[in-house]
Design a protein around this ligand. Structure first.
Ligand code: ZN
Length: 505
C-alpha cells in the first residue's frame, strides 16, 4: 500500500500539470486582450478552448478522485490547519465542483455565454434590454441547473454559485453583513448629499498627457511595492491583473487624457491585485492552495491600495508635489487639499465602476439581491429592468434614464458570472478590517505614508495574507488576521471618519 507521502506527491504532481496548463491559457488570454491582432481572434478561441478542455480533463480524472479518497481515509495529513490538509480539502472542493457538472451543461454554458456576450454588447450599445432578454433567460435557466447539480446542503441554491468565487461563504451570512452596512451607509450618503461642501471636480478633467500619466502611475505602483522586474503594465480596453505564475504578473490600464482618476487609481487597484500575486508562496505554485484565497480577499488587496492608501490625505502629502511636477499645467495653482477632496468626491451615480468609495457598496447590494431572486426563481429575467430601476430609486435616490445606464451596464451576467458581485463589497469590508488590524500592529500608518513609506504595510500583508494562498478559507483567514469574524463596522468607521472631515458633517 502506497504511503501518505507517495499519494500526496502524486496529488501535487497531478495538480501542478493542470495549473501549468491553465497558466498557458492565462498568458494567451492576456495576449488576446492586449496585443492580439483582430484577425487572430478565431484561432485564439480554438487554442483557449483546447486548453480549457485539457485542464478540465485533468481536474476531473478518476485518478485524482482515487488519490483524494485515499488521502482522506487513510492519510496522515498533519495538523488541522496545516498546508497538507488544506491541499486535500481544496483539491476535494475543486474536484467535486468539476465532476458534479455534466459535460453537456459545461459546454452549453460556455457556448451560450460566449454568444450572449455579443448580444449584450449590442444590447448595451443600443440600450435595448429586449435584445439581451432571451439570452439572460437562457443563462439564468442554465445557472439554476448548475446550482442544482452542485448542491448546497442546507442552504439556498445561490450558495452553490457563490462558493465558486468565495469558498465557504453563505448567502444568509453575507445578507446579514450587507444589511448592517446598508443601514449605516444610507444616512451617510444622505448627509453628504445635504452638505454644502462640494469638491471642485473639474480640476480632474483638465488635460493630463498620456505619457505623463503612465510614468506617474508606474512610479506610484513601484512605490507601493509592485515589482516591475516580475511584472508588466500594458494597455487594454478593460483593465485587469493576471498572475501568470511565479515571477510574472501582468497589469493593464487605459488612459483618458481628460480624466485623471481613471488610469491612476486603476493602476493602484490592479497593482494591489498584483502585489498579492507577487506575494504568494512560490513553492506552493501548482498546488491546490497555491492560488489567492478568494475573489473577495483578492479585491480587499486592490481596494486597500486604491482607497485606504491611494485616496488618503497622507498619500497625497507625499505624492502631490510629484503630481504637480508631472502635470504642471493641469495642477497649476491647485492646492493639495482641493485635489484630495476632488479625488474623494461622493455622489450617487448610475455606473458601478465609476462609483465612489461610499456609494459603491450600494450598487453591489442591488445586484446581490436581484441575483438571489433570479436564481430562486422569484424574479423573471423579463422583469429585471423594472426591478433594477426601482432598487436604484430606493437605495440611491436616482432612477436610471435607460437600460445602458441601468441593468445592461455590467458584463457579468452575459458571461454567466452570477455570484461574483458580492465579492466586491466583501473585498471593501475585508480591506477595512485588515487595515485596522495592520494599524494596531504598525502604529500610525498615515505618518508612514506621508513619508512615502509603504513597505511596512506591504510586508504586513505579505506575512499575514499573501503567503498563505488558499490554506485558509476566507472566513477563517479574516479571523486569524484580525481576531474577529467579518463585520461591516470597520468599513463604516473608515468611511465616516474620512468623509465627515471632507464634507464637514
Ligand atoms: Zn479588482
Amino acid at each position: 500500500m502506497p504511503s501518505t507521502n507517495d499519494l500526496y506527491d502524486e496529488l501535487l504532481g497531478h495538480w501542478r500539470k493542470a495549473t501549468l496548463l491553465a497558466s498557458c491559457a492565462s498568458q494567451l488570454s492576456w495576449d488576446e486582450q492586449t496585443y492580439l491582432p483582430p484577425g487572430g481572434a478565431a484561432h485564439r478561441a480554438e487554442q483557449l478552448s483546447l486548453l480549457a478542455g485539457m485542464v478540465h480533463e485533468r481536474l476531473t480524472s478518476p485518478r485524482l478522485g482515487e488519490l483524494l479518497a485515499e488521502l482522506e481515509q487513510h492519510g496522515d495529513l498533519g495538523e488541522p490547519d496545516g498546508p497538507r490538509r488544506a491541499n486535500v480539502r481544496e483539491g476535494r472542493r475543486r474536484y467535486d465542483r468539476s465532476t458534479r457538472l455534466p459535460t453537456r451543461l459545461v459546454e452549453e454554458i460556455s457556448r451560450v455565454t460566449s454568444l450572449a456576450q455579443h448580444s449584450w454588447v449590442e444590447a448595451r450599445k443600443n440600450s435595448r434590454f429586449e435584445t439581451f432578454r432571451p439570452w439572460l433567460e437562457r443563462i439564468i435557466a442554465l445557472k439554476r441547473e448548475e446550482a442544482a447539480a452542485l448542491g448546497h446542503g442546507q442552504g439556498v441554491p445561490y450558495d452553490a454559485l457563490l462558493d465558486d468565487y468565495e469558498p465557504g461563504a453563505k448567502t444568509a451570512e453575507i445578507a446579514q453583513v450587507f444589511a448592517g452596512l446598508r443601514k449605516d451607509l444610507v444616512p451617510l450618503v444622505q448627509a453628504i448629499r445635504n452638505s454644502s461642501t462640494r469638491p471642485e471636480v473639474s480640476i480632474l478633467s483638465r488635460r493630463y498627457p498620456r505619457d505623463a500619466q503612465n510614468s506617474f502611475a508606474r512610479a506610484a505602483a513601484a512605490a507601493i511595492g509592485f515589482r516591475f522586474d516580475e511584472g508588466r503594465l500594458d494597455e487594454s480596453p478593460h483593465p485587469f491583473c493576471t498572475g501568470i505564475g511565479p515571477g510574472d504578473c501582468r497589469l493593464t490600464t487605459r488612459y483618458d487624457e481628460r480624466h485623471f482618476p481613471g488610469a491612476f487609481f486603476g493602476v493602484l487597484h490592479e497593482a494591489g491585485h498584483g502585489i498579492y500575486e507577487q506575494g504568494l508562496d512560490r513553492t506552493a505554485f501548482g498546488s491546490p492552495i497555491g492560488d489567492a484565497a478568494s475573489l473577495g480577499i483578492h479585491e480587499s488587496q486592490s481596494r486597500m491600495w486604491e482607497n485606504f492608501v491611494g485616496r488618503s490625505r497622507a498619500f497625497w502629502t507625499h505624492f502631490y508635489p510629484q503630481a504637480q511636477g508631472a502635470f504642471p499645467e493641469a495642477l497649476h495653482g491647485v492646492g493639495r487639499d482641493d485635489f484630495y477632496a476632488a479625488v474623494n468626491d461622493v455622489r450617487p451615480s448610475f455606473i458601478r465602476v465609476e462609483a465612489d468609495e461610499v456609494t459603491y457598496n450600494l450598487h453591489i447590494m442591488i445586484r446581490f439581491e436581484l441575483e438571489q431572486r433570479l436564481i430562486a426563481g422569484d424574479l423573471a429575467p423579463a422583469d429585471v429592468p423594472t426591478a433594477w430601476n426601482a432598487a436604484y430609486t430606493e437605495s440611491l435616490g436616482i432612477t436610471p434614464p435607460n437600460d445602458a445606464q441601468g441593468c445592461l451596464q455590467d458584463i457579468h451576467w452575459s458571461g454567466g458570472l452570477l455570484g461574483y458581485f458580492p465579492t466586491y463589497a466583501l473585498g471593501n469590508m475585508y480591506a477595512a478590517q485588515m487595515f485596522e488590524a495592520a494599524r494596531r500592529t504598525l502604529g500610525d500608518l498615515d505618518a508612514l505614508f506621508a513619508k512615502g513609506e509603504f513597505t511596512p504595510l506591504r510586508e504586513w500583508l505579505n506575512v499575514n495574507v499573501h503567503r498563505f494562498g488558499r490554506q485558509f478559507v476566507p472566513s477563517r483567514l479574516i479571523e486569524r488576521i484580525t481576531g474577529a469574524p467579518l463585520s461591516h463596522r470597520p468599513l463604516v468607521s473608515h468611511l465616516k471618519a474620512k468623509f465627515e472631515s471632507i464634507y464637514r458633517l
